[in-house]
Design a protein around this ligand. Structure first.
Ligand code: SF4
Length: 313
């Protein structure tokens, strides 16, 4: 992985920070090209900290969960201005940085300061729950780690230990078919030895909601009105056409119905009804954007709307 640089590398903090932000809710193979392109454009923490939201969001375009990009930029500025390019030394202080929760703070504490800690992600939960053969939802992982801290942290290589645990979960103790016969710890694993293996809870279905989207289109100029002043938290600050949550597909007057489509954002399923009208007047709190080319950052959800509208005459 390109973010696994030498422990002495000056870019260690920057690369770990960037990769941890990018890897939140995103797979490694998706992150790799974005990471490489990002460090080509911003080779150091300093260069990132001097940048602005527009440039950072443009490089993040397509990766989704854009709040991460904004938080990363804010964190880089704080590290440079307040902490002299260094990561704070305690969990409490690391968690004060924008966009850094328990998991990322623990990962950084181990990677950067080689502190005895474990970043509890899905992989780690799965490995531990299999070793003790108990459903994840019934385990207090912090307590489990605290009780077993003597044996878990019986090493000086805490950074490597956290990394190894993640790799072990991804490559050996895999979600669907764990490689138990190859596994070095099968002799202590209750899941492997037991005839009564615990059953995983079924995933809860994502919330499904209906939205009407209203597109004002300036036909002669090929433009559409977008606004970032809407009250949908999970789409906060996104440029979108005016959008409204509705109970179901309700009757809308004075608008042309265009189409319906589905989209998933942040564990939410959106059923979209798309409406349009031709207008050269800009609605309140909106700006005109080109339907074809924009230098501005346009989130993929909005681009999907542009694509839907491409057949309007
Ligand atoms: S024996 Fe199998 S289930 Fe147990 S830790 Fe190893 S890979 Fe996971």
């Amino acid at each position: 992985m390109p973010w696994r640089v030498s422990k002495k590398s000056q870019n260690k903090l920057y690369y770990r920070l960037l990769s941890e932000f990018m890897l939140q809710q995103t797979q490694v193979k998706t992150v790799l090209p974005y990471f490489k392109n990002f460090v080509l454009n911003f080779p150091t923490l300093k260069s990132l900290s001097k940048s602005n939201e527009k440039k950072v969001l443009k490089l993040w375009e397509g990766l989704g969960y854009y709040r991460r990009a904004r938080n990363l930029l804010a964190t880089s500025k704080i590290l440079v201005k307040k902490h002299e390019y260094k990561l704070p030394k305690t969990l409490v202080d690391i968690k004060k940085l924008p966009g850094i929760g328990d998991y990322t703070a623990n990962a950084l504490l181990a990677f950067i300061h080689n502190q005895p800690t474990i970043a509890i992600d899905g992989n780690v939960k799965r490995v531990f729950s299999r070793i003790i053969n108990k459903n994840e939802n019934k385990i207090d992982f912090n307590k489990l780690i605290e009780i077993n801290k003597k044996s878990l942290f019986n090493t000086k290589r805490h950074s490597d230990f956290v990394e190894a645990l993640m790799e072990f979960g991804a490559l050996i103790c895999k979600p669907k078919e764990p490689e138990c016969l190859k596994c070095n710890i099968k002799s202590i694993c209750k899941y492997f030895k037991s005839d009564k293996k615990f059953k995983k809870n079924k995933r809860t279905k994502p919330e499904e909601k209906n939205y009407n989207i209203f597109c004002y289109i300036d036909k002669t100029k090929g433009k559409i009105a977008l606004t970032n002043k809407h009250n949908l938290g999970f789409l906060k600050k996104f440029y979108l056409p005016p959008i409204k949550e509705v109970e179901s597909k309700n009757k809308v007057i004075n608008w042309n119905y265009h189409s319906k489509f589905k989209n998933s954002i942040s564990n939410k399923k959106l059923n979209i009804n798309l409406y349009y009208k031709f207008s050269s007047k800009i609605p309140l709190q909106s700006q005109w954007f080109s339907l074809k080319e924009n230098n501005e950052f346009i989130p993929s959800f909005t681009k999907k709307i542009f694509k839907q509208l491409s057949n309007i005459n």
